[in-house]
Design a protein around this ligand. Structure first.
Ligand SMILES: CSCC[C@H](NC=O)C(=O)O
Ligand SMILES: [Zn+2]
Ligand SMILES: [Zn+2]
Length: 424
């Protein structure tokens, strides 16, 4: 007998939230065992893949009646970002429920353990209703999203296993929405993590001279700041959405000659560096940004160099901007919209995700991927203190996924390119 009453649903969510999968030492095995136990309770096939040692990825399969049709992939990551425990009102891995509001406090309650379990609960309900999928539905619970995803979704998307799954569409995370409209994402900004280095002549702290490392770096920082302000102004003026401008934020500064009491004060250092988190919308002119970096932010004429710690491409393997179509060329988009409407949910306009998700690894392959986390009337608290999700909002989300999964798994039409994609 399927256990689909609300108290059990909420306790399962709490159980998952209580597994501390925060970096830098996530309890991945515990999470994998928990997901495996859920798979067993749903009689779903599952495998625990260790594409990278110590980083299990759990892959579940709900076999469709027509296995020849390309499949559906529902993705979620099992890891969460760390929490500063003493700054939370409730311990971040206790999953405390506020008795009056029903808010569930936990790291991962929004990002994104909610989604992973909502998929499973939706399947539990569909099974209880006697529904059987036409297309095969896969669920992937992947590690390492929060630290770049190279050892998680990255390895998975480029594996033989994934290729053989013949995936037509994948769903991944979105963001909470403070309004009654759910948010939905068709692309995301690409992370460029850049370190710029300045060198210059060292000298006495009392001397004024040209070409010091600090001066050279400061000129760059000034230039970056002007650019940042101009981009931000477009957002403030309402001309562009957050995901449509280039963001650049300085995330570290490193310079100076250490001494036992701090830094040497009367010595101008010969080296100085700064790190920037840059996010690039898929539609921008990358060449012009590259020129700006080479000519204004780290020009060799000022003894500067730059290096990327991360530089995701804004183009897919066909040279097209990495975006998922939301017009009639992509039937999955309309199916999603209708499914949400049928479950009485409201949807905002398609957006570019301002940060990055694992969806990029799948979009890079040319696959459609949609970012969606059903959290309306919820403040955006991912990576923040006191991250929470309301119990009723969580339950609503399950109904939404029930509708989406039913629509997707029942979709019988061959999708444009499905045949050719199988050859890629
Ligand atoms: C380089 S991938 C980093 C992924 C991370 N994702 C969510 O916060 C982010 O910083 O956007
Ligand atoms: Zn996330
Ligand atoms: Zn995150």
């Amino acid at each position: 007998v399927e256990d689909t009453d609300s108290p059990s649903i909420i306790s399962r969510f709490q159980e998952y939230l209580r597994i501390n999968t925060a970096h830098p030492s996530p309890s991945y095995n515990e999470a994998a065992d928990f997901i495996a136990s859920q798979a067993k309770s749903l009689s779903l096939d599952f495998q625990i893949l260790e594409l990278v040692k110590g980083k299990p990825l759990v892959l579940l399969k709900w076999a469709g009646k027509n296995p020849a049709l390309p499949s559906i992939l529902l993705n979620s990551h099992t890891d969460v970002v760390p929490a500063e425990h003493h700054k939370w009102d409730h311990p971040p891995f206790q999953a405390h429920i506020d008795p009056s509001s029903g808010d569930i406090y936990a790291r991962g309650s929004q990002d994104m353990k909610c989604v992973g379990l909502q998929y499973l609960e939706a399947i539990r309900k569909l099974q209880a209703s006697g529904f059987r999928p036409l297309r095969t539905v896969y669920l992937s619970f992947v590690p390492d999203e929060e630290i770049g995803g190279n050892d998680g979704a990255g390895k998975f998307a480029n594996s033989e296993i994934f290729k053989n799954m013949n995936v037509a569409i994948m769903l991944d995370e979105g963001l909470a929405s403070p309004t009654e409209n759910y948010r939905v994402f068709y692309g995301e900004r690409c992370p460029w993590w850049m370190v710029i280095k300045a060198t210059g002549a060292p000298g006495h702290g009392a001397k004024l001279y040209d070409n010091t490392a600090m001066e050279n770096l400061l000129k760059s920082i000034e230039s970056v700041r002007r650019f940042r302000a101009a981009q931000f102004d477009m957002v403030k003026a309402g001309l562009k959405a957050e995901g449509e401008v280039i963001s650049v934020n300085m995330v570290f500064l490193k310079a100076g000659t250490p001494s036992p009491t701090g830094f040497v004060m009367n010595l101008q250092p010969s080296e100085a560096q700064a790190g920037f988190d840059i996010r690039v919308p898929p539609t921008v002119d990358v060449a012009s940004l590259e020129r700006r970096i080479a000519e204004e932010w780290a020009p060799p004429t000022r003894n500067m160099t730059f290096e990327f710690k991360q530089r995701a491409s804004t183009y897919d393997k066909f040279g097209k901007p990495i975006l998922t179509a939301f017009d009639s060329s992509n039937p999955w988009w309309a199916l999603l919209e209708d499914a949400i409407k049928n479950a009485n949910g409201k949807l905002g306009k398609p957006e570019i995700f301002p940060a990055s998700t694992d969806a990029r690894y799948f979009r890079e392959l040319g696959l459609p991927a949609i970012g969606f986390s059903p959290m309306a009337n919820t403040p955006i608290l991912l990576h923040d203190h006191n991250e929470f999700l309301n119990k009723n909002e969580y339950l609503r989300g399950i109904d939404i996924y029930e509708s989406i999964i039913k629509a997707y798994a029942s979709y019988a039409e061959p999708v444009k390119d499905e045949a050719s994609r199988a050859e890629l």
